[in-house]
Design a protein. Sequence first.
Length: 286
Amino acid sequence: MTKTSNISAREAAEVNAANESGKPTVVFIHGLWLLASSWQNWADLFEKAGFATVSVGWPGDPETVAQANANSQSMAKRSIADVADHCQAVVEKLDRKPILVGHSFGGLMVQILAGRGLAETTVAISPAPFRGVLPLPISVLKATFPVLSNPFNRGRAVALTYPQFKYGFANAIEDAEAKTLFEAHHVPAPGLPLFQAAFANVIPWTQAKVNTRAADRGPLLVVSAERDHTVPLSISRASYRLQRKNVGLTELVEMKGAGHSLVFDSGWKAVAQTALDFIARTQSTR
């Protein structure tokens, strides 16, 4: 059992509502430079489809973008283990195993939790790499350079400039939409997880690791984005190749024309429907 002291009032309320509803529950986990609020469209859609939803924040996350920008260093020094354990603490408050959906580093978190036997079904969207995922395209180096270029960023929360956000997240959409998303969703993010993922293949005890062989992992869908600079197709495909060794169903879907902002830009509904279709299909056979 993990510590539960950092579960926020909002998370606790959503967990209680999910338990009281008796409905199958979907837990959403966000990645770097975003907050739980970035999942609102998904939560609305999934609730209309008959699910209860819980949007998990990272430990120390403020609830709003304005609060995060006003107190950016409140989110510093969060490690992969800190976030995974916090997410596990929330999941363990649910009465039944949830469906897990995560994006970017949230996609890594849902795979970690699934490897711990905590998921009914898992959808990892443009998931951050873990130990054993070897490709390192140039676009990844450019997208992560704002953090990895300074070793002191391990202990800091780092904000992106708009051009950096445009390259790393919003390269597949028009400038007008990209600027709107930057203002509405971008927040500073802890640098430590990026350093941990970057060195996962040279540090045996890395926290950026997934138990891909866990027999109780359940079905897993990896969603890749064709034009993603931060998690290019080669990384998503490598994650899939490692995961398909599991006894559970493992599938890979590529979203054509999409970039790293695919879960909260104007194309989000197609991605969400892809996730819903996979969940419905796997739930009907379990």
